[in-house]
Design a protein around this ligand. Structure first.
Ligand code: GZL
Length: 328
């Protein structure tokens, strides 16, 4: 009888130990860094690659990621950040859809003692309100696109009409890519930007806006303007515009030369098909670097105020080779 009581006691003690271990593991999990991340949306292939990079890097780094998709609405991002503050996450990171309107919520995060890391796009706010920025130099991306155009049309006595498809109004990549492009183009007399219209970084809007521009673009004298170059702030809008150019009976990549930015896989496929001429790389694969920065910030160590990723320019001549090694 005594031995059976002892056996039961041992079984209960063993089960209790397993349960405690489970709690301990759960306890360990609870000690993981909790990162609240507000993503802009899923508006482009670039954004999807950026999201995948962040999610997979968080999993690899054993960081508890609380992910929110704002569907390109600033009010949704602000609400998500307030939710992260209420949940007392360890760090907040976000890709701000536009540059302005963040001071109040950044002050709330600071008051709550939660560090903030900006990714992808910058903001016009007091730099003391965030720990650092991780992303690309959009002004240089615009300059690179313009330098490619200058190389295609070197004759200063020629007339080269350019249409520009802009990204989201108020967004840092839209503002800065335009700034860099116009800085270089403005140094050469042969170029005229005859139309600039936003298509919100989206492929469908790129097609619709380009169709309208093709139908009604006139020279200052009122005659139908010939469009020689399309500069699109991202590949998705360029790919939509290519469809509109074909629908208008013109040959994209030949009748209208096209340069865009991002260097997503579909852009390489379009270059191989001869429909896109060049794309400037904008690297979305910043997940691992973000997790390193998150870990540094939680440990109380400073991170780079601005960390730019290296980026290249790809053309039809290099597309077939480069597509073999592309990760997005
Ligand atoms: C750039 C990123 C831009 C991409 C677009 O870093 O913010 O937003 O160029 C994306 O494709 O929609």
């Amino acid at each position: 009888m005594a031995s059976s009581r002892l056996s039961i006691t041992i079984i209960i003690a063993t089960l209790a130990a397993i349960a405690m271990a489970g709690c301990a593991r759960k306890q360990d999990d609870d000690q993981r860094i909790v990162l609240g991340f507000s993503q802009i949306g899923s508006e482009s292939a670039w954004r999807l690659a950026n999201t995948e990079s962040i999610k997979s890097a968080a999993a690899t780094s054993n960081i508890d990621l609380r992910f929110s998709d704002a569907q390109q609405k600033q009010e949704n991002q602000i609400a998500a950040i307030r939710g992260f503050i209420a949940d007392k996450v360890d760090v907040i990171a976000f890709a701000p859809v536009v540059t302005t309107g963040w001071d109040a919520v950044l002050l709330e995060a600071k008051a709550a003692g939660i560090p903030v890391i900006l990714t992808d796009r910058a903001v016009s706010a007091d730099a003391s309100l965030y720990a650092g920025f991780l992303g690309s130099d959009f002004v240089e991306e615009g300059r690179k696109a313009a330098r490619w155009v200058v190389d295609q049309f070197p004759d200063p006595k020629s007339t080269v009409n350019i249409v520009q498809l802009q990204g989201t109004a108020g967004a840092a990549p839209a503002q800065d890519r335009q700034k860099g492009f116009e800085e270089i183009i403005g140094q050469h007399a042969q170029f005229r930007i005859i139309r600039s219209e936003t298509a919100d970084f989206e492929r469908a809007q790129g097609e619709a806006v380009m169709a309208r521009v093709l139908a009604d673009t006139k020279t200052p004298a009122g005659s139908k303007a010939q469009i020689h170059v399309l500069f699109a702030h991202n590949d998705d809008m360029a790919l939509g515009a290519i469809k509109a150019i074909e629908a208008a009976g013109l040959r994209p990549g030949k009748d209208i030369r096209i340069v865009s930015i991002d260097a997503v896989r579909a852009a390489f496929e379009a270059m191989i098909a001869g429909k896109l001429n060049a794309t400037v790389e904008c690297n979305p694969l910043m997940g691992p670097q973000l997790m390193t920065s998150v870990t540094e910030v939680v440990s109380g160590r400073p991170i780079a105020r601005r960390h730019f990723v290296d980026e290249a320019v790809f053309t039809q001549d290099t597309a077939r080779q480069a597509i073999q090694t592309r990760k997005y």
